[in-house]
Design a protein around this ligand. Structure first.
Ligand code: CP
Length: 531
């Protein structure tokens, strides 16, 4: 029987489906019970104990909990565990991520745990190093686990958070009411919650942070899209001034040092808004628990140490759960457990086969420019192609940039013809672009797809003997990739050209017709993805 988890990577929480996460939590529950009751027979069912499995930790940013819980999880499994000394590695000679991890994979390592400032690094390495493993016939395909990438995600923290919420919910997934408090802007652990909390059937999220530390708009939008009820509060004090208070509070550490002088000047008042004090206790519902991914700041903790000895303390058990959850995850990725899993497997990317090029040929139509209402500067052609309605409604300069891109990607620069910015016949006062190429008589399906990628919403007319022989309208493609001119705008993204990692940009369309980067998930509008 094949194991659905072997060779998989966990770059974002959505790389595991809800059912896969439920499977992981159920196994973790069994493991934790066996561990605390020293049930060796059960523990042996989890232990990888396989000399072919090599785990590599690569931490390019500081860590205690994530690095050490994975190291101790690996020790439980009795497998080889290594740690790259990044400061003295060939990273410092300008080596790329792909070359570094390909090299490590070649030395019989197959599970990589990476913390980096670069966002989307595990998604990229999953592609690059899997290809390396295949061309070199390596015994095992690699898995990459994101241990925190910039401001993006921290999926294994999300797993241990969810497991701890479940423990405190009696393992029920019908409802969760959670307050998120602190630095919701920088905190990758709270960003993973935008998708992670879909584990629960109904979710209420109360975001408690002043505007300077509030959740970025696209994570807020994602929470709403996922059906969560979301409320915003400026401070704990304001939150406690109303009646519907969550019994689970998730605090994060304000990362004010990342926010410049203006914010630092106000740091005392910002911290006060998101820090707990004992004087608030009387407002909390019975059974309330506090959580925190930790570390907390020793001088400015958002949860003061006085809380440690109270029933509010959920964060110490949460931290301990990190090792159990990570033991289970490693057992799954190494193929020790998972063969009994029968649920849905996560499909990370939208692989829609939807039609985004529509044939709108009508036998009566005349070629553009032959009717009475002729666009400015346009002369009729008898044979060739006319690309019309380019960038309709945009400014003339945007339309000219679009036309230049079309000409470049379709190799139309050396052909006869011309291009104009004209006013639309159908939309009063709106500009549009038109490209004429009398010499071009063929247009392949591949070229049509390229046209749709660079100019959605335009029409392509193929003209023979003064009549439109075929007419196509382009719509936004579900995925856009394989163009030199594409670029993610997030300068922390592994695919950003400044990093020179050779990562080809790739985008997926959202339900709102925006494009998210396949690596860092930054949203762009259609124009923004083109350099
Ligand atoms: N929660 C967490 O990621 O902690 P570390 O930075 O210590 O790994």
């Amino acid at each position: 029987m094949s194991n659905p988890f072997v060779g998989r990577s966990v770059s974002v929480i959505n790389d595991l489906s809800i059912e896969e996460r439920k499977y992981l939590f159920e196994k973790t529950r069994i493991l934790k019970h066996a561990y605390t009751s020293s049930d060796e027979a059960i523990l042996e069912q989890f232990r990888i104990n396989n000399r072919d499995v090599g785990i590599y930790e690569v931490f390019l940013e500081d860590s205690t909990r994530t690095r050490e819980s994975f190291r101790n999880a690996a020790a439980f499994h009795g497998v080889k565990v290594s740690d790259l000394a990044a400061d003295t590695s060939s990273f410092n000679k300008g080596e790329s991520y792909a070359d570094t991890f390909n090299t490590l994979a070649g030395y019989a390592n197959n599970i990589f745990i990476i913390r980096s400032k670069l966002e989307g690094v595990c998604t990229w390495l999953d592609e690059a190093t899997t290809a390396y493993a295949q061309r070199n016939n390596l015994k095992r395909l690699p898995s990459f686990i994101n241990a925190g990438d910039g401001k993006h995600e921290h999926p294994t923290q999300e797993l241990l958070d969810e497991f701890t919420f479940l423990e405190d919910n009696g393992f029920r997934t019908d409802h969760l009411h959670l307050a998120l408090v602190g630095d919701l802007y920088h905190g990758r652990t709270v960003h993973s919650k935008a998708d992670g909390l879909t584990l629960f059937d109904s979710v209420e999220v109360d975001l408690i942070a002043p505007p300077e530390l509030m959740m970025p708009e696209h994570y807020l939008a994602k929470m709403k899209e996922n059906g969560y009820t979301v409320r915003l509060f400026d401070s704990i004090e304001e939150y406690l001034g109303q009646d519907h208070i969550a019994s689970k509070w998730y605090f994060t550490r304000p990362q004010l040092e990342r926010m410049g002088e203006r914010i630092l000047k106000n740091q005392q008042s910002l911290r006060k808004k998101v820090s707990w004090t004992g004087k608030y206790d009387f407002r909390l519902p019975e059974g309330t628990k506090f959580y925190h991914p930790l570390p907390r700041h020793r001088i400015h903790p958002t949860i003061p140490t006085e809380v440690d000895n109270t029933s509010l303390n959920g964060y110490e058990r949460q931290s301990i759960n990190g090792m159990y959850v990570r033991i289970t995850l490693l057992a799954m990725l190494a193929g020790k457990i998972g063969e009994d899993y029968t649920g849905l497997v996560s499909v990370a990317e939208n692989q829609d086969k939807e039609e985004y090029i529509v044939n709108v040929t009508s036998p009566q139509q005349e070629a553009p420019g032959t009717s009475q209402r002729v666009s400015e500067g346009v002369n009729p052609i008898r044979n060739g192609i006319v690309i019309d309605h380019i960038g309709k409604g945009e400014s003339p300069s945007t339309i000219r940039r679009s036309m230049a891109l079309i000409i470049k990607v379709l190799n139309l620069a050396d052909e006869r013809g011309g291009e104009w910015v004209s006013t639309s016949n159908s939309a009063e006062g709106a500009y549009k672009g038109i490209i004429f190429r009398p010499g071009v008589n063929e247009f392949s399906r591949k070229e049509l797809k390229r046209l749709a990628a660079v100019a959605a919403g335009c029409t392509l007319n193929v003209i023979k003997e003064g009549k439109i022989e075929a007419k196509y309208r382009t719509h936004l493609p579900p995925r856009i990739y394989n163009f030199d001119d594409l670029s993610c705008r997030n300068d922390a993204c592994i695919s950003h050209p400044d990093h020179n990692e050779g990562v080809p940009a790739r985008f997926m369309r959202t339900r709102e017709n925006r494009y998210v980067c396949a690596y860092c998930h930054t949203e762009h509008n259609y124009q923004e993805i083109w350099r």
